[in-house]
Each structure stands twice: as C-alpha cells, then as structure tokens.
Design a protein around this ligand. Structure first.
Ligand code: ADP
Ligand code: MG
Length: 685
C-alpha cells in the first residue's frame, strides 16, 4: 500500500494502538497531524561544555564516553544505576534511581551526548560531580541525534507520552513521509522571500539545524497561514463587489437639511468617513464597509446621514442593533432626527406581538415602511424587503459571521455598512474583516471631558454612595452595573442586581428614584424604564450588562461597576462609554477586590486610559486573538504558527502578495492548488 499523509498514526513506526489512543487526545490522528504538531518551545542544547570548567549547579551539555557502569540494589525497593562519563577534562556520574531497565542501554566505551545540571546537593554531600536523570543520546548509532547536542523541541504532552518517544516518532515520520509534503506556495514567493521549501520548513520547526533554520521555517509557515486567509478574504471581497449594486445619487439638500437640525458640527473624521461611504454608495459596485470608531465617537449620525441618502433615493433603509434596548433607542433617535422628513420609520424586534408584526412585515414588503430598525428579527427567512438600498449593522462585535452572511442574501445586494466600537490595528482588521473596506473615526467630538476613572475596594462603598448622592442632588443620573441578576449560591461573592436594588431602595437611596433593569425584565417594561430614565425620572438605574452597548443618555454622568474584576477590558470600556456623553464631567467607579494579577492589571489599565484603541491592544495581548475576537471569526483559530500580534509585518506582506494574485484574471486556473485550499477555508467558515 502506498503511504499517504492521511494515513492513521497507529500504522506509523513506533506508534501502536495504545500510543495512537494517547495521541488522539492531542487531536493527532493522521501522519499529517503529526507533521504539523509543533513544539511549544525549544531548548538550545547545542553548546557543548567541558565538565571541568562547568560550575556546580549549572545546566550544561557534554560530549562524553562511558567509563564504567555500576548497578546496585540498595534496599528491596530501591536500586541505583550509576554511569561514569568522561569528556577528557573531568568525570561526571549519571545517576538513576529505580530505572533498572536503563542498565543495558549503556556500554563501556560508547559515546554519548548528555545534558543536565551538576547537582549541588551531591557535590556537598559526596564531593562528586553527579547529574540526576541526565538526558542522554548515543552518538554514532544510525538514529539521528534528537534529544541533546542540538536545538531540542519541547512538545505539549498528555498523560503517557514522553518527549523522548514523541521526538523519535516525529523524526521517523519526517524521514518516511516528508517527501509527500507538497509545496503549495508559489515558487516566485519562495524565492522572493528566501523561504525554505515546505519539507525543510517542517523539519526546521521540529529539528532545526540552528536558530536561523528555525526562524526561517517559522516565518514561512506563518506567512503561508496568513496568505491563505487573505486570499480567501480578498476573493470574497472581489465576488461581493462584482454584484451590481444600487447606484445612489447624492442628494445635497436632504443632507443639508438634517445637518442644519443638529446642534453640533460633524468632526473632520466624521466628514471624512461620510465621504468614503457616500463615494461607495454612489458607485455601481456594492458597498461592504466597516466603520470603526471608539465608544462615543459619533457613529450613529454618520449612519443616519447615509441612511437618509438611501431613503432620498427611494430605497429602504435597514438598521440592525444587537439588543432590544439599543434598537428602541435608535428608533426614538431616528424618529426625532427624521421628524421633518416624510419617511415612515418602524421598529421590529423579537418582542413585537404577532398581529403587529404581521402588519409591519406586510408594510416592509410593500415598501410602505421606509426605514426599519430592529434586532435579529430583521433577518428571519420569511421577511422580504421591497427595495433595500443600505443595511447598517451596529456594534458588529456582538454578531457572529453567520448573520453577516445571511444578510448578504436579503434583496439585490444592498450596500452594507457595519459599525464597530472595537478598534483594532488596521492590518489586523484587514485579516479579520478582510472582505470589507475600512473607515475609521479617529477623533472624538470636541469638548468631551475625560471620564475620571477610579478603582475602589468594597469597604469604600459608603463614601462612593455619598459622592453619588451629591451628584444626584445636582441633577445628574447614574448607572450601577452588577455581574449577576439574582444572588447565586455558586458565586456568593458576587453582588446581584436585585439584591443591590432592594438594599439601596430601602436604605441609602430611599429618597431617590431607583429602577432595576436586566435581561429577564419583560421587553415592554424595559422600554418604559428606559423612557423614564431618558426623561430624567429615574436617578439611578441598577442594571446588568444589558446596557453594555450604545445606550446614550447624556445627563447620566456616573457609572459604578460592581465586581469590576468579573468583566473583560472591552466590556469595561463599553460600560464606561455609557457616560461622558454630554458636557458634564463624568465618573466611572470600579468597585473591586480583585484576586489575581490579570484582574488587577485590567483595573489599572482602565484607570490609566480612556483610549479604546490602547485598551483593545492591551486586551488582545492579555487574552490572545482567539478569545478576543470570539471563536468562529474567520479562521483565526486555525493559525497555528502565525501570531496576530507579533507577526504584523508578515501579515502585511502576505496581504500584498495575495492581492497581486487575486487581481490576476482567472487566477484559480494558474494556481489551482491554492484555489482548492481557499475552497476548503470557505467550507469551514
Ligand atoms: P457611538 O459612536 O458610540 O455610537 P454615538 O453615535 O452614540 O456614539 O454618539 C455619542 C454622542 O455624541 C451622541 O449623543 C451624539 O449625538 C453626540 N455626537 C455625535 N457627533 C457629534 C459631534 N460631531 N459633536 C458633538 N456631539 C456629537
Ligand atoms: Mg453606537
């Protein structure tokens, strides 16, 4: 039978069924999996020392000859193997307890490489140089040197596997199957970047000849990972923009009319991104654009102006928000903004009752409704739009990829604008959202005061409440956010929103108007509470993270977050972004007795910085991309070698090269192996 990379590991030399079972715990099922099972780190054991000049207590590598082998039983269940090694400069003993089976491994006169630490304890006790359990490897046998005398791979292991044996198995596999590895990187790229071919790179990941071999191998494989994802994303983008979209005609007059209604001027950044959006909308190709802007940078008005253009062109506008509260708020906001225009604005969320829903759905279909605002409910299969011109999705970080895809299928390719408050470096955005164009609002509206952020321990609560009382007496409003709704037996240390509400209502704030809002409050009630809060009829809103994104009440200037250690950086920044939206000095108070370094670090970063960009970068560093972006985002989980944070230069190169290929006519013909890989990525995503 011909061997293949897809062969099961249990038929590999050195693996039997028992080992195959253990390897499967590491998700290693085939020969290919083994080849791509990369070390977690390396230990450089390539530098040889002389025994005589090596300090006691120091770890070193020696090239030695076996002088003498001594095996003795000390007690019934204790035996000792002592092998004396010499490198010509001095002698060192290798010491093994209860490993009698090793006795026959060594033969006088044989040459070995050994690695280990010359034991301080034994030196003090016996005045002898000894190494307990040295790593050893015979020289001159037909097997290659894997465990010492070189840069040695250290693999993540599981119960019952040893580094030694795994190294041997992988080395065998490279030797016997390596030639089956087909290089998929175009030759000109290999040459241009002086990358090693695939087999050399795989070898370099496991058993590098030297640091350079290791680094080049890693770079090549990281480049390749980025390159594939970019090819996929850019091809998607090309497909998308091939659709004929709606060519919007820019209507200056409606634009001016809306702007004149505002009591502020657009910032330069808002104007710039608006130009970018309008240029796309005015072109024949479909827009697919990501609008990035920190919390409070004013994305909504940009979306409103773009939507107004689509309405003025006789098309429907669709605006999707991640939560009902937010949809409701945008609905009120848009009604107000468009009150002097003759457009019908409606809201559709999961909690709209059947009869009303039927009516709204019918009016969407006939085009009676011009602008429809809502949640996921807007993308049920049954819904048909009359002639959608622009779809806006707010706060993209809450949405998975599927929604984005299901959206594409609504109507004849309307323009698409996705808004996110998670600012990530541009090159990274290009990978995650590589199929989108990017606009960035990198400037805050003028006159915003920095939100003063403090971290206080729980024993300071009284003082915090007095401070809050003082602000409320001046007419301000506040949020207090808790991690849980109800008390939980499993997490008794966490303050629950209900408990806090009951305490404060009858205690410290008994003379104030308080309200409680969380996910199990019925939608209608939620709506009423938010209306009252907006109207200033509630002083303190006690809430869970239902208010996390987008809520915009400019008179609310104090945000208190209970058990702040429970929240991630992005979430804390979002929550804090609920205040600082008006001209009042705003405050964010993080109440927390953190356990652990990570939590403390998060609190410190929050106190130090108001800048969402910096915070996102810290967040990414602390949590890693998998968690930061959510699991299913765009194959990032498949990055085994490449690092989104450390390899940004490679990422940029990979994008340039992928772009050059995608621009070729019919590139799939010339590079059909690459085309196959892209097809596989598509299936997975
Ligand atoms: P986000 O980008 O977080 O969605 P919003 O669109 O909710 O931010 O805007 C935050 C607040 O800033 C809103 O109250 C909005 O009216 C106001 N705003 C937006 N643009 C400007 C501007 N250019 N000048 C002053 N205030 C602005
Ligand atoms: Mg917003």
């Amino acid at each position: 039978m011909k061997s293949k990379l897809a062969d099961e590991v249990q038929f590999v030399k050195g693996v039997g069924p028992k080992w195959a079972e253990r390897l499967s715990q590491l998700d290693i099922k085939t020969v290919r999996d083994l080849l791509y099972y990369f070390p977690r780190e390396y230990e450089d054991r390539s530098q040889l020392s002389q025994i005589k000049y090596t300090k006691i207590g120091e770890k070193a590598n020696f090239k030695v000859e076996v002088l003498k082998i001594n095996y003795q039983k000390i007690r019934p269940n204790l035996d000792l193997l002592k092998v004396s090694f010499s490198d010509g400069s001095d002698v060192v003993n290798g010491i093994w307890y209860n490993q009698a089976y090793l006795r026959n491994q060594f033969k006088e006169g044989d040459q070995y490489l050994i690695t280990g630490k010359i034991s301080e304890k034994n030196w003090r006790k016996y005045k002898r140089k000894e190494i307990n359990n040295p790593v050893y490897e015979k020289i001159g046998s037909e097997a290659s040197v894997l465990n010492t005398g070189r840069i040695v791979p250290i693999y993540p292991l599981t119960e019952g596997l040893s580094q030694r044996r795994l190294r041997k198995v992988i080395a065998n596999v490279i030797k016997n199957y390596g030639s089956l590895l087909k290089d998929q990187l175009p030759r000109n790229l290999l040459e241009k970047y002086q990358f090693p071919d695939l087999k050399t790179a795989i070898l370099g990941m496991h058993f590098p000849k030297n640091q350079k071999h290791k680094n080049l191998s890693r770079q090549r494989l990281a480049f390749e990972e980025f390159f594939h994802l970019q090819l996929y994303a850019l091809e998607e983008k090309k497909k998308k923009t091939k659709f004929k979209g709606i060519k919007h005609e820019f209507k200056q007059s409606v634009n001016d009319k809306l702007l004149s209604q505002l009591n502020f001027e657009l910032t330069a950044a808002q104007k710039r991104v608006l130009n970018e959006i309008e240029a796309d909308m005015g072109s024949e190709k479909t827009m697919a654009r990501l609008l990035q802007g920190d919390v409070g940078s004013g994305k909504t008005i940009v979306a409103a102006l773009a939507l107004l253009q689509t309405l003025a062109n006789g098309c429907q506008g669709i605006f999707m928000a991640p939560t009902e509260i937010l949809a409701e708020q945008h609905f009120l906001n848009f009604q107000e903004l468009l009150k002097d225009f003759d457009y019908k604005v409606e809201i559709l969320t999961g909690s709209v009752k059947q009869a009303a829903r039927k009516e709204i759905e019918a009016e969407i279909k006939t085009g009676e409704i011009d602008l429809i605002i809502g949640t996921h409910a807007l993308f049920q299969k049954a819904l048909t739009y009359q002639n959608p011109g622009l779809v806006v999705i707010d706060e993209q970080h809450r949405f998975g990829v599927e929604q984005r895809h299901s959206l594409k299928e609504k109507g004849d390719s309307p323009d698409l604008l996705i808004m996110t408050a998670t600012p990530i470096p541009r090159s990274m955005a290009m990978l995650i959202y590589g199929d989108l164009d990017l606009s960035v609002i990198d400037q805050m509206p003028p006159g915003r005061k920095k939100i003063a952020t403090f971290w206080r321990r729980e024993n300071r609560r009284k003082k915090i409440y007095s401070f809050l009382e003082e602000k409320i007496n001046k007419g301000r409003q506040a949020y207090i956010v808790c991690p849980l709704i109800e008390e939980s037996e499993e997490m008794p240390e966490l303050l629950a929103a209900e408990e806090l509400y009951n305490n404060l209502k009858t205690g410290f704030f008994k003379n104030n108007k308080l309200a409680l809002i969380h996910s199990s409050v019925p939608a209608l009630e939620k709506k009423e509470i938010m209306e009252k809060f907006r109207a200033g009829k509630i002083d303190i809103l006690i809430a869970t993270t239902v208010i996390e994104v987008g809520v915009d009440v400019s008179n609310a200037s104090i945000m208190i977050i209970e058990n702040a250690e429970r929240f991630g950086l992005a979430q804390l920044h979002q929550l804090r972004g609920r205040v600082g939206r008006g001209s009042y000095q705003s405050y964010c108070i993080l109440i927390s007795n953190p356990r652990g370094e990570d939590a403390t670090r998060r609190l410190e970063i929050m106190c130090k910085s108001n800048n969402g960009f910096l915070i996102a970068e810290e967040d990414l560093k602390m949590r890693g991309p998998g968690e930061f972006f959510g699991t299913k985002q765009h194959g990032i989980d498949d990055l085994k070698v490449a690092s989104l944070t450390a390899d940004q230069e490679l990422l940029a190169k990979a994008r340039t090269e992928a772009q050059a290929i995608v621009e070729l006519n019919n590139w799939q013909k010339k590079y059909n192996q690459l085309a196959n890989i892209i097809a596989q990525i598509e299936l997975k995503i």
